[in-house]
Design a protein around this ligand. Sequence first.
Ligand code: ADP
Length: 389
Amino acid sequence: MLSRGHAAPASLPSVCARPRVGVVGAGQLARMMVEAEELAGVDVVLLADSPADSAAGLGAPTFYGSARDPIALARLASETDVVTFDHELLDLDQLRTLRDTGHLVAPSPNALRWATDKAHQRRGLHAAGVAVPHFEVVESLGELDEALKAWSEPPVVKAVSGGYDGRGVVVSRSLDEARRSGAEFLTRSAVVLEERLDLLAELSQVVVRSANGDIETYPLVTTVQVAGMCSEVLYPSHTAAPDAAALAVEIAGLIDLVGVMAVELFVTPQGLVVNELALRPHNSGHWTIEGCQTSQFENHLRAVAGLDLASTTPRARAVAMVNLVGADAPSDDDARERHPEVSFHLYGKAWRPGRKLGHVTALGDSLDEVRARAWAAARDWGTREEGDL
Ligand code: ADP
């Protein structure tokens, strides 16, 4: 059912109508989009799985249904001007049908494939001359066994689709482990085997491109991973990578991006290598809510609605964002009151060990200071893991 909170009276001139953006999925990204709708000048309509979803209950008109239910998708599309996404667990053929029946889908199904299909992404970037890890795609157990014979070092094994936050990725320590992981992933999707790189740092370059052609990049950040999951994001980045912004703009053009894209980068002794493309507001951009003139969420909404983008200039010399991850005991949301010097974002999700439940952001003059403040608040709340820089 849709509650039509924002329906404009038919007599209003169309110039007053705000673009309506349908968001498939109602997780924390959709929640932060809803929080940005006023600034962006759009109305968000959600397709949620359940009233317990992070973004449901914030007041945005909401349909209930699955992101892979063609009827639910068509209903969302017919009530909105453009459809965008909270996550990438999508059926691209259904989205093509939606597009072919006259609905705007942003990013487009063809662009989304660069994020949902690691084999397509690796092949496409390699063909375009962009540096990616040396890789090989296998589609059967026979191909896996044959391929592994040629690897002297154990490869990193990645499911082509369906993985996130390090699930679907195994940095294997032996060829046996690579075979076991590959065989398990093959029950669900093809597999990418790739060289294990010596990572000096992991960076993320966020870029946003509007349907009207306007394009902006955000400042480069360092991302720190613990067990394959991002634990913190730091601006400015520890490693300078002057080419990162131009690379992200080039990839945005290559894939005909509309919306926000994060280009996850490895810094290696051989230079900058692309790890992943995420075609949605990304964890490495959450710091922009307080840290930049315009957040990635506001600019994503502007972009998919075909509006001009707004400034991505940072508001402070240093910004740290730390993810709030459920530990063994339930976390203490009252920590929010004890740390007014940081911005808390709690996603309204049920506590579970290892689950991302929110984030904190601290702004200031030096990275050491903002990092210390953000971690003090995150630890007091209940986050346990701290990554190595
Ligand atoms: P996901 O899609 O789940 O985010 P990623 O492909 O980003 O997974 O991999 C998760 C983490 O695993 C990376 O952030 C990095 O730390 C490590 N990793 C992935 N690929 C490689 C590689 N080729 N060499 C070394 N480490 C890697």
